[in-house]
Design a protein around this ligand. Structure first.
Ligand SMILES: [Zn+2]
Length: 138
């Protein structure tokens, strides 16, 4: 329980007050005047404004940069380019979502990088196959 030294408003006598006396009426032992204990007499117990610069005590992955799942490009390269590499990209894209859902941000970033890698690999393989198929037609 917090204690403060407050001045009697009538005779300036220093009085020892306790926090649970807020709202009660006490009689000054020196001047015999009654005074109502208010929260104003407890300056250090006044509610402090929240500090906006205070970082949250828990790690909130939602405040981290957004992790791309590469799900849409994964599906596109699967349909249009190279199916096995595209399926690998879809696999990692799905991992990104499940890692994010479980709050595992670092694993989500790794899976996102893998999905991106397989997207480009599938895209490159698709172009290579297209050029190869085109050259065979001659
Ligand atoms: Zn007094």
């Amino acid at each position: 329980m917090q204690q403060v030294i407050a001045k009697c408003p009538f005779c300036a006598q220093l009085l020892t007050l306790q926090e649970d006396m807020i709202g009660t009426v006490v009689r000054c032992p020196v001047c015999n005047n009654t005074l109502t204990i208010t929260a104003n007499l407890f300056p250090q117990t006044m509610p402090k404004p929240p500090n906006p610069s205070q970082p949250p005590s828990y790690y909130d992955y939602r405040n981290s940069p957004e992790v791309k799942t590469y799900l849409i490009p994964s599906i596109l390269v699967t349909l249009g380019c190279c199916v096995p590499l595209g399926i690998a990209a879809i696999y990692y894209a799905a991992q990104v979502k499940s890692h994010l859902a479980s709050g595992n941000y670092n694993s989500a970033v790794k899976a996102s990088d893998n999905a991106k890698f397989f997207c480009w690999l599938s895209f490159g393989a698709g172009i290579f196959i297209a050029i190869f198929a085109y050259s065979l037609r001659k």
